[in-house]
Design a binder for this molecule. Structure first.
Ligand code: ADP
Length: 259
């Protein structure tokens, strides 16, 4: 189709091929994972505890390595031995960890958001613009000069998203983005994430959040991809959910999920 339009085929944001990994103690966490995410997609990564989700995520920016297979981010292969490549990979893969306090450590919000791009050598007006833009995208521009620890948990999570957006990532990886949020903060974050024009991989146990935000869901279970389909199809398949210890909350109707 793209060839007919005369456009160059787009490189996927994420391309994981045959990724297998055992921890040093011998625990095999991944058994050959294949996952391709196209630019602009939003994909939920579902699975029970111990499925290998964290292990997979930590391979995306080279924190874990040494197993089999290959990870490419926007076409660039993760090569932990090459410092320059790894720097660029870490810019491209923006991981928002579950606890924003792991990510915010500067005296002000503005300095936290500026930290990453400043490390890339961005300075002056360009840096200011990056910071303003990232904070604006998460609705946090008004708190730029406040200390992060004076903000609510939901606000701190939004600032953590901004610290990653300021790096202009190829893919935003969110670890349990709805955890510990009150209903209003949960909805506000959903609206923000839906408004972003960025590829998203979202690790979550919150199946309604997956349904709201991600047209596609992947189930990782026992270190293998057990399903990769539209979120609606995944959530409609009760046997599939049960066999991977996934549960819809009481009263949630997966049939109401967008096709
Ligand atoms: P998830 O994020 O889906 O809960 P993990 O990736 O954390 O799953 O874990 C996958 C498997 O790897 C589990 O069996 C877990 O016990 C094991 N594991 C995780 N971290 C380590 C580690 N540092 N050393 C040994 N085994 C680990």
């Amino acid at each position: 189709m793209t060839a007919d339009l005369g456009e160059a085929p787009t490189v996927p944001s994420l391309d994981v091929r045959g990724l297998a990994y055992a921890y040093p103690d011998g625990t095999q966490a991944l058994y050959g994972v294949d996952l391709t995410i196209d630019r602009g997609e939003r994909v939920a990564l579902l699975g029970p505890n111990g499925a290998g989700k964290t292990t997979l995520v930590l391979h995306l920016n080279g924190i874990l390595h040494g197993g089999l297979g290959e990870v490419r981010v926007g076409g660039l292969a993760v090569d932990p031995k090459d410092k320059r490549t790894l720097r660029e990979i870490r810019r491209r893969v923006g991981i928002v960890f579950q606890d924003p306090d792991d990510q915010l450590f500067m005296p002000t919000v503005r300095e936290d958001v500026a930290f990453g791009p400043a490390n890339l050598g961005i300075r002056g007006a360009e840096l200011d613009l990056r910071v303003r833009d990232a904070l604006d995208r998460v609705g946090m521009l008004a708190v730029a000069d406040r200390p992060p620890q004076h903000l609510s948990f939901g606000q701190r999570r939004r600032v953590a998203v901004a610290t990653v957006l300021a790096m202009e990532p190829e893919i935003l990886v969110l670890d349990e983005p709805s955890s510990n949020l009150d209903p209003a903060s949960r909805r506000e974050l959903a609206e923000i994430l839906l408004s972003l024009d960025v590829t998203v991989l979202m690790v979550t146990h919150d199946l309604p959040y997956a349904a709201e935000l991600c047209p596609r869901s992947v189930i990782l279970s026992g270190g293998v991809i057990a399903a990769d389909a539209s979120t609606r199809d995944v959530l409609m398949d009760g046997d599939l959910l049960t066999s991977h210890r996934l549960e819809l909350p009481f009263g949630f109707d997966p049939a109401a999920t967008a096709r």
